[in-house]
Design a protein around this ligand. Structure first.
Ligand code: ZN
Length: 891
């Protein structure tokens, strides 16, 4: 077992609070440097036993100005107060009102938690534990209260005053330059869903009529002059509201729904009841400033936060261990929404790519934790790919196991039974078990056991009997705190392919030697034990078993296929995901032999058969261009490293990938010439829809391959790409060409970067891309360039998007340079984390997660990474966020 961390919070220690806070009346007097908060809390003992339990409220860097109980000032002997804690020793054993007056300096709040200012706007972020930076409170999700919020500010400073719920009063304050607004939210909610905004913002308005006929006022607030860029966000919101009614039967419940976009924000967005606050990169888009990926992200994040209104807000989490209850489920819901709005297979492949890029390494390293953890020392570090993305995969498997109807029945029961509750994973699963009559105890292990299960498949063939026997074996490596794992319930979609063409419809005849239950349609194999055998009769003995279709389970699969079978699957499987996966496997196999060859000084092997498959895919008229683009995208350097698993030399990875890309480039040249007329944009306005975006993705990918051509074609390629960059009429094409010029190390890259900067120097969101493009550039000179860019006038450590673009781009997006063999990349990132540790620890801790795979590197790099982490640990990090990540990385 891992040694337990000091100060850790444990699930087993959960107990309800002694007190409820039924009503909260906040009166917030906004001032840039000294905002006063008067909180009137209607408190009652949870148990009416007359006992006088002490009341302990959470705080964080608070200054108490006054304290009264039922209108009487409390004597000093009745309480103790510190910036992080207020204890009332012996409150009355009945309901009472506590009035707490605190003050805070929003302008000095660089952590961006609690109340802070961004570009002159007051805003809040309270999840997970930010409300305690506004007032003393029982700041935990199982304390649900009805909030009434009065805001007051100078009219010139904040003409707009917003909070949760509905506006019930507003007006000027006579004899002053100030005004006020009062908001009331009738739905009891935990403090993490509280929000307020004060500022001067532009407004985009629309309405939505719910299926029961109520009209909802929809408002998106953005910086002045950017109203024109909020249209796609509004369109996404309206489509999300309709979809949640159609697919989950969920209707919106307040008269108004507001989104406010701000530029300094730690997270992507926040689902505060009725008043979502967004990182503006997930709101603002137009063809000249946003890529197709940005449009897709906006649609997904707008939907995600809206869907939280039911999965998160109406039913919230009992404690932070249950974070996946709202996040995994809501990610699943937003993925389904985007799948319905766009291409389902393309969306699925994109989601799995993200899962493998972010969650698989987490599960394989020192930061691994279960989807529902049992211990944390800093909850901010658990907003992870495991909780979000793997949490969504668990819901997806649940739906597959129960079927569409069984899943919907379980969801309906959950909404019905737990509306207004602070719930747990056990409550959630119980609804599905009850609605379907299925025992989900083994399935629940997906929530409790960390690590990615491995499944290996073997096929025994009986030529004379037209029969095959498929054997599956599962295992899961030890992860921190979990040496032994029980077998998971792994649902595997499958199909049998006839190598002469065609799909074979066959169900197993026996499972583990016993006659199988006949299920119709026969599409899923259930692996519940460590091993299982499935016998199929009356099938061609040479048929190909295609497993884990649609990535039905988040596992690492060793399919046992040879190259010829993979090539067949890549070209002929009916499951688009498995076609993509087979292509990835072929690339990975070519790359791993290539890397081994390069490291031992041998010739890079010839990947002719891979080139043939790639040419067949790009030329297949039946395939969607967006799918072709995904299938022909090589695994990233991080993907390759993850596949190798150990002894990684990131320079050899980069070199091998480039060699393979150059070879494929020559094969794909003719395809580009042939397809370009069909893929090029039609005249008319820019269309951000999935079909046109898919064409752009494929054409840009084919031009990206052009950048990898070598020999005499290189000079031509540079000229063509620069011209294409200059003539691009949308950001997708422009940024794609810029990235290709930089990644291909053309001299013209500097000219293009300069043109890009001059055009967008006043647009902070586009500049994030400019920083990122340079941070991810190949070459030993990149580190110096990144260092110089930290002093660029457009860069600021106070803006999380800038830090993520430049420093995060380097640490997580540039494998070869972050993992330089001299260790300078590690030292640069830990230096910056040491600095940010004092101003914005959440952002610092995020950056540090780039170290999560350090143990899989070759010896020299590993030693440098460890030394950099150790130095950071020796310097005693100021924040629990950074201390926690460093400690776990080193354990
Ligand atoms: Zn969320």
């Amino acid at each position: 077992m891992r040694t337990e961390q000091a100060g850790a919070v444990r699930l087993q220690d959960y107990k309800p609070t002694d007190y409820r806070i039924e009503q909260v009346h906040l009166d917030v007097r906004l001032q840039p440097e000294a905002t006063r908060i008067i909180a009137k809390l209607a408190i009652a003992p949870r148990q009416d036993d007359g006992a006088r339990h002490p009341l302990v409220l959470d705080g964080d860097q608070l200054t108490l100005e006054s304290l009264t109980l039922d209108g009487m000032a409390l004597p000093d002997t009745a309480y103790s107060v510190k910036p992080d804690r207020l204890e009332i020793f012996s409150p009355p054993g009945r309901a009472f009102e506590l009035e707490i007056v605190t003050s805070t300096d929003p302008s000095a709040n660089t952590k961006l938690m609690g109340l802070y200012r961004t570009a002159g706007t007051y805003c809040t972020q309270c999840e997970a534990e930010g409300f305690r930076r506004i007032t003393y409170f029982l700041d935990r999700p199982d304390v649900l209260s009805v909030y009434t919020t009065r805001l007051e500010a100078r009219k010139s400073d904040a003409p707009l005053l917003l909070s949760n719920g509905n506006l019930i009063a507003s007006g000027d304050i006579a004899g002053s330059d100030r005004h006020f607004a009062v908001w009331h939210d009738p739905f009891p909610k935990p403090s993490y869903l509280f929000a307020l905004v004060g500022g001067d913002l532009a407004l985009l308005r629309d309405t939505f009529t719910t299926r029961s006929g109520r009209e909802v006022d929809l408002r998106i607030y953005v910086e002045h002059g950017k109203e024109d860029r909020a249209g796609y966000a509004m369109d996404s919101l309206i489509r999300s509201m309709k979809w949640d009614e159609d697919v989950f039967g969920r209707e919106y419940d307040l008269d108004i729904f507001m989104i406010v976009a701000v530029s300094d924000f730690n997270m992507g967005a926040m689902e505060n009841k009725g008043l979502n606050i967004f990182n503006d990169k997930y709101v603002l888009a137009d063809p000249q400033t946003a890529t197709d990926q940005d449009y897709a992200n906006i649609e997904g994040v707008i939907a995600h936060e809206y869907f939280h209104n039911w999965t998160g807000n109406r039913i919230t989490c009992r404690d932070w261990f249950q974070l996946c209850l709202k996040e995994g489920l809501t990610v699943f819901r937003d993925q389904e929404f985007s799948s319905d709005e766009r291409s389902r297979p393309v969306k699925r492949i994109s989601d799995v790519r993200l899962l493998k890029a972010h969650q698989f390494p987490e599960d394989a390293g020192p930061l691994a934790h279960p989807v529902r953890p049992t211990e944390y020392s800093e909850i901010n570090n658990f907003y992870t790919a495991t909780v979000y993305e793997k949490g969504a995969e668990v819901i997806r498997m649940l739906k597959l196991i129960l079927g569409d109807e069984g899943f919907r029945n379980g969801m309906d029961l959950y909404f019905d039974r737990h509306d207004g509750d602070a719930s747990t994973i056990e409550d959630f699963l119980a609804c599905f078990a009850e609605a379907s009559g299925q025992d989900l105890d083994q399935f629940a292990l997906w929530y409790h056991q960390s690590g990615t299960p491995s499944v290996s498949a073997q096929v025994e063939r009986r030529a004379n009997a037209d029969e095959i026997v498929l054997s599956l074996t599962q295992s899961c490596k030890p992860t921190p705190g979990q040496d032994e794992k029980k077998p998971f319930h792994i649902p595997l979609r499958y199909s049998l392919l006839d190598p002469r063409g065609g799909h074979i419809n066959a169900a197993p005849n026996t499972v583990n030697g016993k006659k199988a239950e006949i299920r119709d349609p026969a599409t899923v194999l259930h692996l519940r034990d460590e091993t299982a055998t499935f016998q199929f009769t009356n099938v061609p003995h040479d048929c190909i078993v295609s497993l884990n279709g649609g990535f039905s389970a988040p596992i690492s699969l060793d399919s046992g296929h040879d190259q010829a079978s993979l090539a067949f699957i890549a070209q002929h499987d009916t499951d688009a995901f498995n076609r993509w996966q087979a292509m990835q496997s072929l690339c990975q196999s070519a790359l791993s032999t290539g890397i081994a060859a390069l490291r031992s000084g041998r010739e890079f092997p010839d990947p002719t058969s891979l080139c043939d498959v790639a040419t067949a895919i790009v030329g297949d008229p039946g395939l969607d261009p967006a799918f072709k683009a995904l299938a022909l995208t090589l695994p990233s350097e991080a993907d390759i490293a993850r596949d190798l698993g150990k002894d990684i030399d990131t320079d050899a990875v980069q070199e091998a990938r480039w060699r393979l890309k150059s070879t494929l480039a020559a094969s794909l040249r003719a395809a580009r010439d042939r397809l370009e007329p069909d893929l090029a944009a039609k005249p008319g306005p820019f269309d951000p829809g999935a079909a046109e975006a898919g064409k752009r993705a494929l054409l840009n990918l084919l031009y990206d391959y052009l950048g990898a051509e070598d020999g005499e074609n290189r000079a031509d390629a540079e000229a063509i790409l620069l011209a294409r960059f200059k003539s691009a009429n949308n950001m997708t094409d422009r940024f794609s060409c810029l990235t290709t010029l930089v990644q291909s190390k053309f001299n013209a890259a500097d000219e293009a970067l300069d043109i890009f900067y001059q055009r967008y120097k006043n647009d902070h969101l586009v500049l994030d891309k400019w920083f990122m493009a340079q941070a991810t550039a190949p070459g030993r000179e990149t580190l110096e360039r990144v260092r110089d860019l930290t002093r660029h006038p457009s860069f600021s450590y106070a803006n999380p998007n800038k830090v993520r673009g430049l420093i995060g781009g380097f640490a997580s997006g540039n494998q070869a340079e972050f993992n330089r063999p001299d260790g300078a990349g590690y030292r640069f990132v830990t230096e910056i984390c040491t600095m940010l540790d004092k101003t914005n620890p959440q952002v610092a801790a995020r950056l540090l997660s780039a170290f999560r795979s350090w143990r899989s590197l070759e010896e020299g790099r590993r030693a440098h990474a460890e030394a950099a982490l150790q130095q950071l640990a020796d310097g005693k990090p100021a924040s629990p966020d950074v201390a926690d990540i460093v400690q776990r990385c080193l354990t």
